[in-house]
Structures are given as structure tokens and as C-alpha cells.
Design a protein around this ligand. Structure first.
Ligand code: ZN
Length: 339
């Protein structure tokens, strides 16, 4: 069991998709709003994947029920409740704006509804900033419209632009201009890379796009020089252990038919000096929680001190620096041995 001293630490969660946080009952509530009957059993059946392609198909299916601003408010509220249950005080949450645009929704209306839904949670100690995410396989032009949408929403809480989806689709160099546009709009640069792709995808993300954190990046284990580069430049990997098992990404990276948690390279990446941001990715779709991910890290042999460092790193590498106060509190707690 995860020691209470770790479980009770205030935490930040930096790689988390709003749409991947819909628990089966939430999906049913959502479909019912639109007169569609979906059972929890069906959602659970869909939330099991043979490979990464399967997962992307389910993501498409579940997001097809997000049709109006109230739908987004509903899932944002449920996400905020979940985050508080995990002792999360700060989160950077990814929204699939690329999917909203594909479905010809008004991003500004959806986003306003999301903001209003989470506003009451600020008083309960939870602060959220947002990452506008494009879908790689939709192409660079579509990604550029995601940056435009961020600009139009004009909210200081939109802090970063990211790209997810099929990292083997569009070549990295074709995304360069979009990332320059994002930086001009004042957004930090994120990307999913080295999840199912090779280490070269991570290197390209850093060198061509100026990525400031890498989503997943487990392929770094194949390239010693790249691991040194990430450690030297202090570019964190957003590691989501259970996600890598569920999507088959870890098995793929290790060239195995099946990979279990015991095969996850989290401890070795960490001990090679690479900053790690421990995250859940899509907690509902991968049947996990942030506390369970800390449990996984513990099961992998990481010490109490290392787990504390993980908790601290999620604050250190957050884009919002105002959380220095939380960090200071953590340090004081540690000095007094109270947590
Ligand atoms: Zn992700």
C-alpha cells in the first residue's frame, strides 16, 4: 500500500485529457442527455484495447457524445471532483480542440462552459489551466486552427498548445510553423512523442519544435544520447505508466507480445536524471488514478524519497509558476517531517 505520507502530499497532474476522464456512468449520463441508450457494460467493453489503434477508435466513439457546451460542463465538473479526490491542487488539462473543430463546434462556447463549470472548485483548493490540443493525423492546417481557437478564446488559463493522436502520421518538420504560431500566441509547446514512435520522434520534437515537455517519451530508453540530452536540458517526460500498458505502447517499445507494469522503464528513466512528471493520461479510459500511478511507481521499487521527488517535479515543471507557494509548503512540511 502507498504510504499515507505519499498519498496525502498535495499533487499536480500535468498530462491528463478531459475527454479521457469520463467514467462509464458519466458516459451514460451524457448519452441519455441526447436520447441515446448506452449501458455501462458497453462502455467498459469499449474501454479495453488490443492496441493503440483500438484506443484511438474508442476515443473517437466516446467524444462523439460531446455535442454541446453543457456536455463539456458535465465532464469538467466530474473531472474536477476526481482531481480533488486525488489530492490534486493544480492541473494542466488537455482539451481535444482539434476534435471540436472537426465536429464544427464553437470552441469559445464549449470553453466558456468548461471554465464556468470548474470555477467553484477554485474555492475548494483546485486550480486548473488548459492545454489546447490538435490531432496530428488531421494535418498541420487543422492544427493551426487550434492555435487560432486558443487566440480567439483569449483566456490566460490557456497556457499551452499540444499535439496528440497518431505520432507516426504527419512528419514532425511539417508541424514547425504551427509551433512557431503557438509560441507567438504566448503558448507553451507540448507534444506526444516516443509513445509508439521511436526515439527520433522525441529528438525531433525537442530540436525542431522546441517542445518543453514530452508526452510519454518512453522510446527514450532506446537512445542513451537522447536520455542525456533530456537530463541536461531538463526536459521532462510526462510518464503515464498504466496508459502505456493499456494501449500496448510499452509492449511495442520493448518488442514483446505483452508487457506488464513490472517492465515499465519509469525508475530507470528517473535514475538517469531525466525529469519525470507522473501522470494518468486518460484515467477513466485506462482504469487508473493518480494515486494508483504513485502506487505503480512504488511497486516498481522507487523509494519514498523518490516518490516525494516525483510529487515535487510535477510542480517544478508546471507552466504556471504561481504554484511556488505550494512548493514552498511542501518543503516546509518535509523539513518538519509532517508529511
Ligand atoms: Zn495523452
Amino acid at each position: 500500500m502507498l504510504p499515507e505520507s505519499i498519498a496525502s502530499l498535495p499533487k499536480a497532474e500535468l498530462h491528463l485529457h478531459l475527454e479521457g476522464s469520463m467514467q462509464p456512468p458519466t458516459v451514460c449520463e451524457l448519452t441519455a442527455r441526447h436520447g441515446i441508450t448506452v449501458t455501462e457494460q458497453e462502455v467498459r467493453r469499449r474501454y479495453a484495447y488490443r492496441n493503440f489503434g483500438d484506443f484511438l477508435e474508442t476515443f473517437k466513439w466516446v467524444t462523439s457524445f460531446l455535442r454541446d457546451p453543457q456536455d463539456f460542463a458535465l465532464i469538467a465538473r466530474h473531472l474536477a471532483e476526481y482531481l480533488l479526490s486525488q489530492r490534486v491542487v493544480y492541473a494542466e488539462v488537455t482539451i481535444s480542440v482539434g476534435v471540436m473543430l472537426l465536429r464544427q463546434q464553437r470552441v469559445e462556447d464549449n470553453f466558456a462552459s468548461i471554465l464556468a463549470a470548474v470555477e467553484p472548485f477554485v474555492r475548494r483548493g483546485l486550480r486548473i489551466n488548459w492545454i489546447f490540443d490538435a490531432v496530428r493525423q488531421f494535418g498541420a492546417e487543422a492544427a493551426s486552427r487550434v492555435v487560432d481557437a486558443a487566440r480567439q478564446c483569449a483566456s490566460p488559463s490557456i497556457i499551452a498548445f499540444g499535439i496528440g493522436g497518431d505520432e507516426l502520421s504527419v512528419p514532425t518538420k511539417d508541424l514547425r510553423r504551427v509551433y512557431d504560431q503557438a509560441a507567438t500566441a504566448g503558448l507553451h509547446r507540448l507534444i506526444h512523442a516516443g509513445e509508439v514512435g521511436g526515439p527520433e520522434k522525441i529528438r525531433e520534437a525537442v530540436e525542431l519544435l522546441g517542445a518543453e515537455r514530452i508526452g510519454h517519451g518512453i522510446a527514450a530508453i532506446h537512445d542513451r544520447d537522447l536520455m542525456d540530452l533530456l537530463a541536461d536540458r531538463r526536459i521532462p517526460l510526462e510518464i503515464c505508466p498504466h496508459s502505456n500498458i493499456c494501449t500496448g505502447a510499452l509492449a511495442l517499445q520493448l518488442g514483446r507480445l505483452r508487457a506488464g507494469m513490472e517492465h515499465h522503464p519509469l525508475p530507470s528513466l528517473f535514475r538517469n536524471g531525466i525529469p519525470i512528471v507522473l501522470s494518468t493520461d486518460d484515467p477513466a479510459m485506462f482504469h487508473t488514478t493518480l494515486l494508483q500511478e504513485y502506487q505503480h511507481a512504488s511497486d516498481l521499487g522507487m523509494t519514498g524519497n523518490e516518490l516525494r521527488q516525483l510529487a515535487q517535479m510535477s510542480f517544478d515543471f508546471a507552466f504556471e509558476r504561481q504554484h511556488s507557494q505550494v512548493q514552498a509548503d511542501l518543503r516546509v512540511d518535509r523539513q518538519h517531517g509532517t508529511s
